[in-house]
Design a binder for this molecule. Structure first.
Ligand SMILES: NC(=O)c1ccc[n+]([C@@H]2O[C@H](COP(=O)([O-])OP(=O)(O)OC[C@H]3O[C@@H](n4cnc5c(N)ncnc54)[C@H](OP(=O)(O)O)[C@@H]3O)[C@@H](O)[C@H]2O)c1
Length: 356
């Protein structure tokens, strides 16, 4: 395991960026604020932007407070870096106007992930794409389950070659935002009191998530797969630059508050040696391989900025089939941390206003 220090302030910039955080009151936005403080990301100012419901509230931000602005009426003049995590339709409508005003946008939603003018970036995998400002002014942050998977597939592809990837996810309630966390807590309390309690009205998770698992995340598509599963395939292909990668996902919501897990089966082109594979994965930036026991969302939470890997093995009947288990904090690695690491690299490359 190697740790990467923030590159942010290491290189001289004319001045630190002025930040706008759209969705700054949500689960990802609040995590982002925590990470800015923890990683010492240098900034000149932070504006919080959210819905009209939150507009006017004064909330803490690193170094002070900010009055929440409404996205509908806010302008992005003078903003160098705009982070969007308020939902796909809102990013589609408003991120281009932030980019047009000169901001580098880092977008956490599905709006631009397949847009050729907007790179889809996992800094540890294809961070070199941040060497120049994207044509659209927007950098897309991949899906929360795709990011940790791509970080492990990259070295496996380079060493053994990839034939096929089959993944089953076990995704936490926080992937559905703060309201997902709130619903799981309330549903769990209600069912503990009365196991026949009805599912929450308008549950975010269909039949309700407490004491349950739900094999459908995001929209159901015509072919019977879900949008979440399609995102994992399409985004992995784009990030790894493997246009025809054969990747199949089954995405399942589980009653965990935070931290996504994935059971991954990888068919590789050359026979794999487990000891060598373990060493290879452990040498990746911010990856920890558990040689004893295995990670779970609870145990991995002690080191939330690492991708945790366990149960690394080959199929006893097929040495070209690798199997592993991974756990990663979806709010951090799957969203806010990846976005901040994009910003750190973008600043280091001088493509953010103030550093240009
Ligand atoms: N949660 C994850 O693990 C995760 C991972 C990767 C990507 N994402 C993506 O990140 C985005 C936000 O996720 P989240 O988990 O932070 O959700 P969340 O907790 O529900 O927060 C949603 C945020 O969007 C704001 N918002 C809602 N309607 C708005 C409007 N009409 N105008 C302006 N702002 C509005 C909310 O502001 P108010 O407080 O004013 O309502 C809040 O700040 C989603 O697109 C999600 O798909 C989430």
């Amino acid at each position: 395991m190697t740790a990467t220090l923030p590159e942010t302030t290491a290189r001289a910039t004319a001045r630190p960026p002025r930040i706008a955080l759209v969705g700054g009151t949500g689960a990802v936005g609040r995590t982002f604020l925590e990470l800015i403080a923890q990683r010492g990301f240098a900034f000149e100012s932070i504006r919080l932007v959210a819905s009209p419901r939150s507009a006017g509230r004064t909330l803490p931000v690193p170094g002070g407070t900010a009055v929440v602005e409404s996205l509908e009426t806010c302008d992005f003049d003078g903003v160098d870096l705009a982070f969007f995590s308020a939902g796909t339709p809102l990013s589609a409508a408003h991120a281009p106007r932030a980019a047009a005003a000169g901001a580098l946008v880092v977008d956490n939603t599905n709006a631009f992930r397949m847009d050729p003018a907007s790179p889809l970036v996992v800094p540890q995998v294809n961070g070199d794409l941040l060497a120049r400002r994207p044509e659209s002014g927007i950098v897309a942050n991949p899906n929360c389950s795709t990011i940790p998977l791509a970080r492990l597939l990259k070295p496996i592809q380079e060493r053994y070659g990839l034939d096929r990837v089959t993944v089953s996810t076990y995704q936490a309630a926080s992937g559905g935002g703060q309201s997902g966390i709130d619903e799981l807590r309330a549903d769990t309390a209600a069912r503990l009191a009365d196991f026949s309690a009805p599912a929450p009205e308008d549950s975010k998770f269909g039949p309700g998530l407490a004491f349950n698992v739900v094999p459908a995340i995001d929209k159901l598509l015509e072919h019977g797969g879900t949008l979440e599963e399609q995102k994992m395939r399409q985004e992995s292909r784009r990030i790894l630059d493997l246009g025809s990668l054969d990747l199949t996902a089954t995405c399942v919501r589980v009653p965990v508050v935070n931290g996504h897990s994935e059971a991954v089966v990888i068919d590789v082109q050359q026979e794999a040696d487990v000891r060598e594979l373990t060493t290879l994965l452990d040498a990746q930036e911010e990856v920890r391989v558990w040689r004893e026991g295995w990670p779970t969302p609870r145990t991995a939470a002690a080191e939330p900025d690492l991708v945790h890997v366990g149960r690394v093995r080959t199929d006893p009947e097929n040495p070209r089939r690798v199997l592993l288990w991974l756990v990663a904090d979806n709010l951090r690695i799957g969203a806010a941390l990846n976005a901040l690491q994009i910003a750190e690299k973008a600043v280091a490359h001088g493509i953010v206003g103030g550093s240009r």
